[in-house]
Design a binder for this molecule. Structure first.
Ligand code: ATP
Length: 470
């Protein structure tokens, strides 16, 4: 298993991810995507968008981040969107109480104290109130991972929504929130979309967009950040049919990760033992990160909780009226809710590989990101074998031609083996070399990243060759 530090350092060195405002010492929980990162991020989003909306029954929206404050009263976020927070009196470190307990359980498991770990886990799953978490922490003398101290404050609620103000006066009347999930932008537009695009249940609305949560602890690189992107889809169905659609969407979403190159053994299902206030069924897809399994996407059966609440808070009907069958109902909702940045990190970890090879007679290690060709930031790299005899000009022309169709890099620096390695390390699936023979018969070699095998093809066939493999 690759170490998280290795991924973070590769991500920085090769321009996938930088710490936000790094020159000022960075800001905890915020990250910037560099030139290769933004390509990977866009490819993930585009593949998701294609899978979710290039079909008859789903349309997209792009709602605003700041919404009417009543939205968050109706959705339950004002009252309920909080995490249990605890402070250690000695170190002054602050934790999410449930995460603190989970971390302790993980450590017990690592020490093979399975019975104790299981006992605490069962109690954790039953926690309802702050005091339940507190009791576990005190009963099991869970220490602060920083100082080892067991001197804790009470557990309190901490609302995760970022507050800001609309207009010049910073008072209650202008208070708004940065959305903590993109879903509500879909719910409040349910009627608009249904009427404007003449959709009827079962149908879905998809959206990709930023969400913000003032997480108590940010950690594990992109896993838990304070600003992130979500790719969410709400599927509106007739009450009573939600169980079938829940199963349908489970399968669809799992398969998407596999199609995008995720190794099935790195994924697992995690049913929710504790359901959120709005849900009657929920399951997560988890990925095995270097620090253990963690959620990358949730599939939630949200009942008609959101639509009925928006209906009662806004006074606007959120019904579907079926004139043919003479019935009206507030649809039930199956939601698929994934994090773009968590998927990004999962795809990065999933792709990372180190392979022993013999290079110029010496044993060496090749670092390869085995991205699916659809996700790779750069699809094709073009090299002249040597920087003379008309090869650079020929290669540069191919580079320019292929740029119309793919993200291409042109590289003339160093030995050809070095250039292959640079591309392997960023996951480029195809490297094309112009050599002496190219000038004679207009053929080039294309080397495939994983097998390192080479094909010789005519220049007129390059686009077709790559298209077929993507
Ligand atoms: P967690 O329990 O890890 O806090 P959650 O259950 O609150 O997550 P959801 O509200 O279901 O998460 O959000 C849907 C998806 O959004 C998650 O599967 C995850 O991919 C992503 N996500 C949620 N919070 C964060 C965050 N702080 N940083 C990055 N991605 C996030």
């Amino acid at each position: 298993m690759v170490k998280l530090e290795t991924i973070i350092s590769l991500a920085k060195r090769r321009g996938f991810v930088f710490q936000s405002s790094e020159i000022y010492g960075g800001l905890n929980g915020f990250w910037d995507y560099g030139p290769l990162g933004v390509e990977l991020l866009n490819n993930i989003k585009q593949s998701w968008w294609k899978a979710m909306t290039y079909r008859d029954d789903i349309v997209g929206v792009d709602a605003s981040i700041i919404m009417h404050p009543k939205t968050w009263v109706a959705s339950g976020h004002i009252a309920q969107f909080s995490d249990p927070m605890i402070d250690n009196k000695t170190s002054k470190a602050r934790y999410r109480a449930d995460n603190l307990i989970e971390e302790f359980i993980r450590k017990l498991n690592n020490k093979h104290k399975f019975d104790l770990a299981k006992e605490i886990e069962e109690k954790l799953n039953k926690c309802q109130e702050n005091n339940d978490y507190f009791k576990i922490i005190i009963d099991y003398q869970i220490p602060d991972p920083v100082s080892g101290s067991t001197d804790w404050t009470e557990v309190r609620n901490f609302n995760l929504m970022f507050k800001t103000f609309v207009g010049p006066v910073e008072d209650e009347s202008g208070t708004v929130f940065l959305r903590p999930e993109s879903a509500q932008g879909i719910f409040v537009n349910f009627k608009n979309v249904m009427d404007a695009s003449r959709m009827k249940p079962p149908f879905g609305i998809a959206q990709i967009g930023k969400a913000f949560r003032n997480e108590i602890n940010t950690k594990n690189f992109l896993f838990r950040t304070r600003e992130f992107e979500q790719m969410e889809m709400q599927y509106f169905v007739k009450p009573g049919s939600e169980k079938d659609w829940f199963e349908y969407w489970k399968e669809q979403r799992w398969n998407w990760y596999i199609e995008m190159g995720m190794q099935p053994e790195k994924l697992r299902w995690k049913p929710h033992e504790k359901l959120a206030h709005y849900a009657n069924n929920a399951i997560d897809i988890e990925f095995e990160f270097p620090f253990g399994f963690g959620e990358i996407e949730g599939i939630h059966s949200r009942t008609n909780f959101d639509l009925t609440n928006h209906q009662s808070h806004s006074g606007k009907k959120m019904e579907y009226v079926d004139t043919v069958n003479q019935e009206r109902y507030v649809p039930y909702v199956i939601e698929t809710s994934g994090g773009v940045s968590r998927a990004f990190m999962a795809f990065l970890c999933n792709a990372y590989d180190e392979e022993k090879i013999i290079d110029e007679g010496k044993e060496d290690t090749r670092v390869v990101l085995r991205f699916d060709a659809k996700l790779a930031p750069i699809t094709l790299a073009v090299f002249p074998l040597v920087n003379k005899d008309g090869m650079p000009e020929y290669a540069h022309q191919i580079y320019k031609d292929m740029q119309k169709y793919f993200r291409v890099q042109y590289d003339t620096a160093g030995a050809i083996g070095r250039r292959y390695r640079r591309q392997d390390e960023i996951g480029t699936p195809f490297c094309l070399t112009v050599d002496g023979q190219t000038l004679i018969d207009h053929t080039v070699t294309i080397r495939e990243r994983d097998s390192m095998l080479q094909d010789r093809i005519n220049v007129s066939k390059i686009r077709d060759y790559i298209d077929r493999r993507i």
